[in-house]
Write a protein that binds this ligand. Structure first.
Ligand code: ZN
Ligand code: ZN
Length: 146
């Protein structure tokens, strides 16, 4: 009777130990799987990131591939820094929505204006700003009238 009880206890202990080791094993497999999946998605992210960066670089190169023998020596400071005085493109695409194409503003005052968005740069911009101001006021005044 005693021996049987002892055997039963041993059996329970063995089964318990077996289940415990199985649990530990499953857990480590799960962790391995999670690590693998994380590293895989990280790899994928890095790959996508590289792809995007390469595309951007290619686009940046294509951008300046316009048969212009770029000249960034803007002696008059009519253009923003690092802008080609011949074709008006900046060395680096600006962060703004518009990829400005700067054109020299005619006149004695060094200044330039973007062909696509009309943004002004240089001393001429300040002159223009001074001229534009009263015009805007006149317009808003007219709007106020019934
Ligand atoms: Zn150029
Ligand atoms: Zn622009």
């Amino acid at each position: 009777m005693r021996a049987k009880l002892f055997q039963a206890i041993i059996g329970v202990v063995i089964v318990g130990a077996f289940i415990y080791f199985l649990w530990v094993f499953a857990k480590s497999i799960y962790h391995l799987f999670v690590d693998w999946r994380t590293s895989k998605s990280l790899d994928e992210m890095a790959l996508a990131f590289d792809e995007k960066r390469r595309e951007k670089l290619e686009q940046a190169e294509q951008r300046l591939n316009n048969d212009c023998d770029h000249d960034y020596d803007d002696l008059l400071h009519a253009f923003p820094p690092d802008v080609c005085v011949k074709c008006g493109l900046a060395k680096k695409r600006p962060a703004a929505d518009c990829d400005h194409v700067w054109r020299r503003v005619p006149g004695a005052i060094p200044g330039s204006r973007c062909e696509s968005c009309g943004e002004m740069h240089g001393a001429a911009a300040k002159m223009e700003g001074a001229e534009v101001q009263p015009e805007n006021e006149a317009k808003s005044g007219m709007d106020a009238e019934p």
